[in-house]
Design a protein around this ligand. Structure first.
Ligand code: CTP
Ligand code: MG
Length: 238
């Protein structure tokens, strides 16, 4: 029998925390971003079906408190495979608070956690697998990333350029970001703030590696991104 990486429970001991509790202020829709429809389905449902397809042992959806019930309905619709042991919890004011709420409900059977932005809802399952493989190979953490195409400048408060890092050393990173669960819990307990989870683990002094990301892992932030996601789905029904 061939063993497909997409078999249910292929990611043994892996929990996925999908953070979807943001308001989406830059998108400017009439509901929180994850609850905006792309086609017949919402951004959150697209993220959920791909997280389930990756074969994680547990999937946690973190959503605005007033939308917990609606998100439970998505589980009834999409979790019929009996995989992923999915659960919904309310999030917090900052993204870090929402991640912490998700980490809190992972049980002792989970030793590797992936934190994923619902807003990166078209991320293919193969990216999950690359991240898990790197953590299973011994990395404290692993994040998907892509080379940057623009030259990046570091500027001071007056807009004066103070440095130009060599482009070959730069990566634009995405999610899911994967970690040894104990380390990410420790990192969040430190109370530090950061723009991604990797930065918290880096600050603890651990090595986080970058694995190959995917262009489909882009984050829906504004209306232009929403149009792009809708048109990709309309083209080939990913
Ligand atoms: N997120 C969350 N809880 C928060 C803030 C953000 O779970 N308090 C989630 C978002 O739902 C999103 C991911 O973190 O899936 C990345 O955040 P971002 O793209 O910035 O989403 P929003 O914060 O909702 O958007 P904006 O910053 O435009 O308001
Ligand atoms: Mg935000």
């Amino acid at each position: 029998m061939t063993h497909s990486p997409h078999d249910a429970h292929a990611l043994h001991g892996v929990g996925v925390v999908v953070v979807a509790a943001g308001s989406g202020s830059r998108l400017g829709a009439d509901r929180p971003k994850a609850f905006v429809r792309l086609d017949g389905e919402t951004i959150l449902e697209h993220a959920l079906v791909r997280a389930l397809a990756a074969g994680a042992a547990r999937v946690v959806l973190v959503v605005p408190a007033e939308l917990v019930e609606e998100a439970q309905g998505f589980l009834d619709l999409h979790a019929g495979c009996g995989c992923g042991d999915p659960v919904v919890v309310p999030g917090g004011a900052e993204r870090g608070d929402s991640v912490a709420a998700g980490l809190a409900v992972l049980g002792e059977d989970i030793d590797v956690v992936l934190v994923h932005d619902a807003a990166r809802c078209l991320t293919p399952a193969v990216v999950y697998e690359r991240v898990v493989a790197a953590v299973r190979a011994g990395a404290a953490g692993a994040v998907p990333g892509l080379p940057v195409v623009d030259t990046i400048k570091i500027v001071d408060d007056d807009g004066v350029i103070t440095a130009t890092p060599a482009r070959s050393t730069l990566r634009a990173v995405q999610t899911p970001q994967g970690f040894q669960l104990g380390l990410l819990r420790e990192a969040h307990a430190s109370g530090r703030q950061a723009t991604d989870d990797a930065a918290l683990v880096e600050q603890l002094g651990h090595d986080v590696v970058v694995v190959e990301g995917d262009p489909l892992g882009f984050k829906i932030t504004d209306q232009e991104d929403l149009r792009r996601a809708r048109s990709l789905l309309a083209q080939d029904g990913r």
